[in-house]
Ligand binder design. Sequence first.
Ligand SMILES: NC(=O)c1ccc[n+]([C@@H]2O[C@H](COP(=O)([O-])OP(=O)(O)OC[C@H]3O[C@@H](n4cnc5c(N)ncnc54)[C@H](OP(=O)(O)O)[C@@H]3O)[C@@H](O)[C@H]2O)c1
Length: 240
Amino acid sequence: MHKTVLITGGTRGIGKALVQHYCNHGYKVIATGSSEQSMENSRIAFEDVRWLVCNLKCVVSIEKFAMALGDQPLHMVIHNAGVQQSRDLFVAGDETIDIEDETMINFTGPIMLTRLLFDNVQRVSGTWVFVTSGLAIAPKQSSPIYCANKAGLRAFCKSFNGQIKLHNSDIKVCEAIMPLVDTDMTQGRGKGKISPQQAAQEIFDGAAKGKKEIHIGKIRILMKIRSLFPNLIENIMLKA
Ligand SMILES: NC(=O)c1ccc[n+]([C@@H]2O[C@H](COP(=O)([O-])OP(=O)(O)OC[C@H]3O[C@@H](n4cnc5c(N)ncnc54)[C@H](OP(=O)(O)O)[C@@H]3O)[C@@H](O)[C@H]2O)c1
């Protein structure tokens, strides 16, 4: 029997590479986009994938999406969709995504979806993957809400793992901590980015092992340096 994976934000970037990777490995893939329009090309490129709208800014859309899945068993759910808005708290009005929407997409929406799809995953002792960022550990000054959202998701993963232990459950929760990846989100900034394909491969491998934390690419070095010099990375990143 084919295992089923749900990937949010499968239209572009890391999500698109994840869709490709899981298809290549024989999974039945369900993927989401924020609108019918944004999924048009993806439907053509990945005909065997079940594409559904789940606009994470909108509670009704999240509920409708969960209803559409019904009691579909989910062996893996990858909360990948995300947005990052640069924001200077000293300069009002230079933003295209407001604070509520950014927090819904990055933090509240994925958690709501986790509650709504809890039984779909638990029934098959499945795996949850939450895509966070090195910025959850060492925030930069220029995207304060994004960094806070990802740090919140990181805390949520830790509490969730605590509850798994408490309930002696077989389900797994993995936090995939990303370095800079070459996608629309990072267009025109940063150096030494890894490809979305490398990110997808490392998420796939780490999730298959049920790792509580999947350290992708340079995050492995960041974690080592941080254990030796706890404040160094934070001080460097705050300048970005
Ligand atoms: N790129 C990096 O360097 C980097 C580093 C650390 C962490 N991450 C994390 O990795 C994940 C993927 O990032 P990426 O770089 O691949 O981003 P991306 O290329 O900008 O793609 C973003 C994805 O999120 C979806 N999305 C955006 N708004 C949404 C909404 N309102 N509702 C539902 N889905 C929505 C998009 O779907 P539509 O096209 O349908 O709108 C798209 O599939 C994010 O969680 C991001 O925070 C990325």
